[in-house]
Design a protein around this ligand. Sequence first.
Ligand SMILES: Nc1ncnc2c1ncn2[C@@H]1O[C@H](COP(=O)(O)OP(=O)(O)OP(=O)(O)O)[C@@H](O)[C@H]1O
Ligand SMILES: [Mg+2]
Length: 390
Amino acid sequence: MEKIRVENLTKIFGKHPQKALEELEKGKKRDEILKETHHTVGIGNVSFSVHEGETFVIMGLSGSGKSTLIRCLNLLNKPTAGKIFVDDENILDYDKKALRQFRQTKIAMVFQHFGLFSHRSVLENVEFGLEIKKMDKEERVTKSLEMLKAVGLEGWEYHKVSALSGGMKQRVGLARALANEPEIILMDEPFSALDPLIRRDMHTELLDLQAKLKKTIIFITHDVNEAFKLGDRIAVLKDGEMVQIGTPEEILDNPADEYITNFIEDIDRSRVLRAENIMRKRSLKIGKNTAAKIALEILNDSDYEHGFITDRHDNRILGVVDADDLLLAIKGKLPIAEVMHTDFVSVSEDAYVKEVLEIAAATKYPVAVVNGEGEYVGRIQRAALLKALV
Ligand SMILES: Nc1ncnc2c1ncn2[C@@H]1O[C@H](COP(=O)(O)OP(=O)(O)OP(=O)(O)O)[C@@H](O)[C@H]1O
Ligand SMILES: [Mg+2]
């Protein structure tokens, strides 16, 4: 379901944005407008929508308009033109009261530089938004303690924020955003000030939290690996314009232009692609009761060296054979079950290629891929693994 829909959104900074808007609509470029009118097109004509429960990442170089865009979504920036629908209501039509209501209940923001009160305690910082909402003391303390626990800050409630490390401060920011129980969370480079190791912890934390909470998250980053790790879909901004929107796999497979190609150059594909993206779908069927002679014919007609043997009833993999095994069975008049090897390995279809790589190194057979029910759905040959990584 669609949660947010942004239509032709433009934000121009300067004294007479409407005048500059006319220039933009005439087709003038961002740098021409800057040169000629001294107005900055923060974002120009941006359209996209975000699904409910999705983590939507916006990526782009410094100055590409990421912060401008995300700050439009809660109207910290007043757009120069365009529409922003949240649950099908154009938030630009809201009056003061409706806007306050919207900010207090529907949307919350986590900033890069924390935006916390450093002399207040951790708990008081988390309580802050609830205080504004006039929630009574006891209820808001209970709620805040619960949120601090959720982000792993149990035990730190009464410490001053100034005494915390960067990663912990960001957890406070996250707890504060979550305490309001917003449906949408905006995160503007929340982890970019953190050390790589702490940043990795925060990624795991966010992914775990999101698996439970299923919020609609808009996450901004200029780090491509972070984008591909966290995003269900990724939008790429360049010079205030949206150049591509897609899933990580779609963008890797089909980068829209050179800007994006450069962006994804040093991405670690093994952490983005999953088994199902690189497997060959199950095409060869050999049931465990198939006569060895027939099985050999099936194998010979395929371009595979190995055949997985499955149980006819539940599609589970029982073993793997090659042509020599089948010849042995034919000669000895043995059922396939007696010549097949059971020391094959399998991975789930949503396993990352990184895991598949580790497993593949320890087997001489192709890696079998199974779905959530344990049924055989495909295989990964070693060559496919290598190809996926270049
Ligand atoms: N309040 C403002 N007044 C004037 N110009 C602004 C303002 N905010 C942003 N800009 C300009 O708009 C453009 C986009 O800035 P923005 O902060 O959105 O980029 P960003 O992608 O978030 O960059 P970064 O990665 O450095 O945070 C820049 O040229 C910036 O100078
Ligand atoms: Mg920014």
